[in-house]
Ligand binder design. Structure first.
Ligand code: FAD
Length: 398
């Protein structure tokens, strides 16, 4: 019998324990493993299937946020859970939907994490409670229309202190949740000292305009925006006191780069789930696809790539726990896991034949989403150059 589209390819009971051939999940202490299983069940039963229609329509599933909050996905950064648990949560959200995993990752690493680490007491009290249960959202606004890879040196958005207020001018591009967030964490160059600083800009301030970027081939649920900041005035107290120059944000930016490695592992498990399920249902030449050697080889390669990514990330979590994670390690993990993810979804796509190009069978959705992982949080090439510099001592950026 042939699969009838999306209903058939998402299994009721996800095969992660079997797919986790290297027993990575067993590294969690018992209490975290229990919580992991409970959140994974929620993601598989409530989020995975539902996300396909939202993805097709480029719509944000506001109705899911409260439940995601109840399952603790807004507090991963601050609730004291282990790095491995946090990483495996990112894996499971990505396995259910990559766009929502982008939201959860940016939210924890770059919004809650930044305010918690670099914000004032007043900023923490004002924003953290709402952020933690997803009743409020923030957007991380760094990239600009003319500066992506070279943003650290090239950033043009300006901040001028004028009569006790900051006046922000400039433009940002690709900003996740830019049209739906309560505030944007805007990185702007202080006209007085030339340093890049972080500012909380409420999205209802006069002069803030966000336009949704439509027609993306991946991450279609994430509401990415072009933002214009036209003489936006904010109180002096909206500057993050801990972010008085860009280097202060480095540790968090390094960790958020590593987070994409977890996403790379998660999307590959999703591709494996879909490919295995399809191969057991689709028949050609009188047999299930799963009976053919070349199909089994592809399944083994996807799972091998996923397992290599998970094992690399589990070791990264150990280094992170010891406080020893460096940018080159995060860059290697990010570039390697997303390179493997791209290869895995391409294999998965061909394994589903024509149906592999359709988001109805989920694989087409994964195929598009993998492209974003490859490029954001520093493109594949830039992360490779960071590794290259670390192992040769020579910078090949320019
Ligand atoms: C869907 C999506 C979501 C995003 N979300 C956010 C967000 O929430 N917040 C945010 O601030 N940003 C976000 N970004 C921006 C993202 O981080 C940038 O797209 C990324 O850093 C690359 O910048 P760019 O697109 O301007 O490409 P460019 O920098 O223009 O690069 C184009 C190409 O040139 C290559 N290249 C550039 N310089 C070099 C060099 N020196 N050597 C070799 N090759 C080079 C790059 O690798 C790439 O292949 C998002 C992007 C996307 C696509």
């Amino acid at each position: 019998m042939q699969p009838q589209g999306r209903e058939r390819v998402v299994t009721e009971a996800p095969p992660f324990p079997e797919a986790d051939l290297m027993h990575i999940v067993d590294l969690l202490p018992a209490a975290e493993r229990e919580r992991y299983l409970e959140v994974r069940a929620f993601l598989q039963s409530t989020v995975r299937q539902a996300s396909i229609d939202y993805w097709n329509r480029e719509e944000f599933p506001f109705g899911l946020l409260a439940e995601m909050g109840k399952h603790g996905l807004g507090t991963l950064q601050t609730d004291g859970t282990s790095k491995l648990f946090k990483g495996l949560m990112y894996v499971e959200v990505a396995r259910a939907d990559v766009s929502l995993s982008a939201l959860v990752g940016i939210h924890n690493e770059l919004i809650v994490g930044m305010i918690d680490a670099l914000g004032s007491e007043e900023q923490k009290q004002r924003w953290l409670p709402g952020l933690k249960n997803f009743t409020q959202l923030g957007a991380f606004a760094l990239t600009e229309p003319e500066h992506g890879s070279d943003i650290a040196g090239g950033l043009e958005t300006s901040a001028r202190l004028e009569g006790g207020e900051w006046v922000i001018n400039g433009a940002k591009r690709w900003i996740g949740s830019g049209t739906i967030a309560d505030f944007a964490l805007v990185w702007a160059r202080d006209a007085a000292d030339g340093h890049i600083k972080g500012f909380i800009v409420e999205t209802d301030r006069a002069g803030y305009r966000a336009t949704k970027i439509a027609n993306k081939i991946g991450l279609r649920i994430m509401q990415n925006a072009d933002i214009v900041l036209d003489n936006v005035r904010i109180p002096a107290s909206n500057m993050l006191p801990g972010a008085t120059d860009f280097s202060k944000a480095n540790d968090l930016l390094r960790d958020s780069r590593a987070w994409v490695g977890w996403q790379g592992a998660g999307i590959q498990l999703a591709a494996f789930d879909v490919a295995r399920s399809y191969s057991l249902e689709r028949r050609q030449f009188g047999k299930e696809l799963a009976c053919f050697q070349l199909v089994q080889q592809q399944l083994a390669e996807i799972l091998g790539n996923a397992s290599a990514s998970l094992a690399l990330m589990a070791q990264l979590a150990r280094i992170q726990t010891d406080g020893k994670l460096e940018m080159a390690q995060a860059a290697m993990a990010k570039s390697t896991c997303t390179r493997l993810a791209r290869a895995s979804v391409a294999m998965g796509r061909s394994l589903l034949g024509g149906n592999g190009i359709s988001s109805d069978f989920e694989m087409g959705k994964l195929f598009g989403d993998a492209e974003i992982l490859y490029t954001y949080e520093g493109s594949y090439e830039i992360n490779s150059l960071i590794v290259g510099r670390a192992v040769t001592g020579k910078s090949a950026f320019v």
